[in-house]
Design a protein around this ligand. Structure first.
Ligand code: PEP
Ligand code: MG
Length: 542
């Protein structure tokens, strides 16, 4: 299709805008990700179908843990990580795998969002429409009567959601000169800016290479996991002030390094850094696992002292368990309950920016407050942020002007945007949470639980976590209008998963947003869709 479009332009049959309008944005996926060898695919049998959550084709040996994925990949094996669902803890294994298959979850589940960000194939929620059994202990996965054990080959198509038994050769993504020509024409035709969601320099560079104009969402939660989880845990769980202060100092050091690397990669381009957002439990040990560990240690004859410390830890974690963590202590609430965390993060952002400015670079951070529901929350956090920026500016002698904005992802925030907008330089609509809370749909469960039935019964036209729902769009409209009422210079964008969806991009254009931000590999799709939205609104290609 690209070749035909370019040939027609070269032959003077159509103009460049008409060429841009001819290409289906989603079809660019085939140029950006590995695909199955077409001949080999003809002989392969589909054994199950689930959500195509992150495009591309993957073939690998099954492993059941992130640790195994990493270890096997390091010794040269191609692996597919099969999990009930993934969590931020699994990130290293996800990076090492060719593909990810989850039993639970939908388009905004952890596995789907992270895989799209990394450009890794992912099929999610296979437990919904298939008969599935998984056992980590026995290292067994069964789907529709097909039984796999660790090391067996499986193949996934992350676009169609098809699951195949055995190995199917893949062909790598190919460069295409017509691609760059078409993208150039699309960029000239569009109004919406296209940014990317990325939280590390590798993904940020990938995003820039794919044409992102900045980072519209840098989620900072991954920076607190892995080997840093211990530090945040000691901050949250310790009663000892000295331990807490040490943890904060350690976090400040590593966060500053994170932002130095990020702003260096993105010098000259905006980086919207979102303050810590995830529910508290993501930082704490799973109490069930801790209980098991204590029981095992008891049986192994561990010292009373060690056991007492672990039991105290368990009691503390139990006291913090929330029934609905996604509606609990997360987002700006975390920063209000633990202002030291906000201060530490802002100090790291401003400190890194000042350091790079002194070295002649052009860091352009912006600070985003998540999960705001009332103007008072934003007012309180904004005052705190401004104080820290001011103090870093005075200490370093570097003039820092860092825009401060917030996410609009709670219905209350959308309907009171005329108040919240007084304290925001920008709004970023988080449609994952806005859809979750606007519908009352749990984003972690409903896509496997009943959305497929809703789609087949035509109760829903499309998955609202994938394509902006018209009802949720009304909330976005209220948010955009309210924001402009309060602040006529406010910049409005979207950073939820719908930000990379072509149908939604048309709606965002019509709603008057300034930018969309999406996973790096969806950036070209968004650039093309944004151009098509503008062409369409100007009365079509002709
Ligand atoms: C959102 O809610 O749309 C969003 C971008 O934030 P997260 O997915 O991290 O909650
Ligand atoms: Mg959110």
């Amino acid at each position: 299709a690209l070749k035909i479009a370019c040939d027609l332009v070269d032959e003077g049959m159509i103009d460049e805008k008409q060429a841009v309008a001819m290409i289906e944005p989603r079809s660019l996926d085939t140029l950006l990700h590995p695909q199955f060898d077409a001949e080999a695919l003809k002989k392969a049998a589909i054994i199950g179908k689930a959500l195509g959550a992150s495009p591309g084709a993957a073939s690998g040996k099954i492993v059941f843990s992130a640790e195994d994925a990493k270890e096997w990949a390091e010794r040269g094996e191609k692996v597919v990580l099969v999990r009930l669902e993934t969590s931020p803890e699994d990130i290293e294994g996800m990076k090492a795998a060719q593909g990810i298959l989850t039993v639970r979850g939908g388009m905004t589940s952890h596995a789907a969002v992270v895989a799209r960000g990394m450009g890794t194939c992912c099929v999610s929620g296979c437990g919904n429409d298939n008969s599935v059994h998984i056992s980590y202990a026995d290292k067994v996965f069964e789907i529709n009567g097909h039984r796999f054990t660790e090391g067996d080959w499986i193949s996934l198509d992350g676009s169609t959601g098809n699951i195949y038994a055995g190995q199917i050769p893949t062909v790598a993504a190919t460069g295409n000169k017509n691609f760059n020509r078409l993208m150039g024409w699309a960029d000239a035709a569009r109004r919406l800016n296209v940014e990317a969601n990325a939280d590390n320099p590798r993904d940020a560079q990938q995003a820039v290479d794919l044409g992102a104009e900045g980072i519209g969402l840098c989620r900072t939660e991954h920076m607190f996991l892995g080997d840093r989880k211990n530090i945040i845990q000691s901050f949250i769980l310790s009663d000892d002030e000295a331990v807490k202060q040490q943890a904060l100092a350690d976090l400040l050091k590593v966060q500053t390094e994170d932002f130095l690397a990020m702003f260096k990669t993105m010098s000259g381009r905006d980086v919207v850094v979102r303050l810590l957002d995830p529910p508290l439990h993501e930082f704490l040990d799973d109490p069930r696992e801790l209980e098991v560990a204590i029981t095992k240690l008891e049986a192994a004859g561990a010292s009373e002292e060690e056991l007492a410390a672990l039991r105290a830890r368990l009691r503390r974690i139990d006291g913090m368990v929330e029934s609905n963590p996604m509606l609990g202590l997360r987002g700006c609430r975390l920063g209000i309950v633990y202002p030291e965390l906000t201060e530490m993060q802002v100090r790291a952002i401003a400190g890194a920016a000042a350091h790079l400015k002194k070295r002649g670079l052009n860091p352009k951070p912006e600070i985003m407050v998540p999960l705001v529901s009332t103007v008072e929350e934003l007012k309180c956090v904004r005052e705190q942020i401004e104080k820290v920026i001011q103090s870093v500016s005075e200490q370093t002698g570097v003039d820092l002007s860092i825009p401060i904005g917030c996410m609009i992802e709670i219905p209350r925030a959308a309907v009171t945007a005329d108040e919240i907008g007084q304290y925001a330089d920008f709004f970023s609509f988080g449609t994952n949470d806005l859809t979750q809370m606007g519908f009352g749909f749990s984003r972690d469960d409903v896509e496997s639980a009943f959305i497929p039935q809703y789609l087949s019964k035509k109760i829903l036209k499309s998955n609202p976590f994938e394509t902006l729902d018209p009802g949720i769009a009304k909330l976005v409209k209220l948010g955009v209008e309210g924001g402009h009422e309060a602040n006529d210079k406010i910049i409005c964008g979207v950073c939820g998963e719908t930000g990379g969806d072509p149908d939604s991009i048309q709606m965002y254009y019509d709603l008057g947003l300034d930018y969309v931000s999406c996973s790096p590999f969806r950036v070209p799709i968004a650039r093309l869709a944004a151009a098509q939205a503008k062409i369409k609104s100007n009365g079509g290609a002709r």
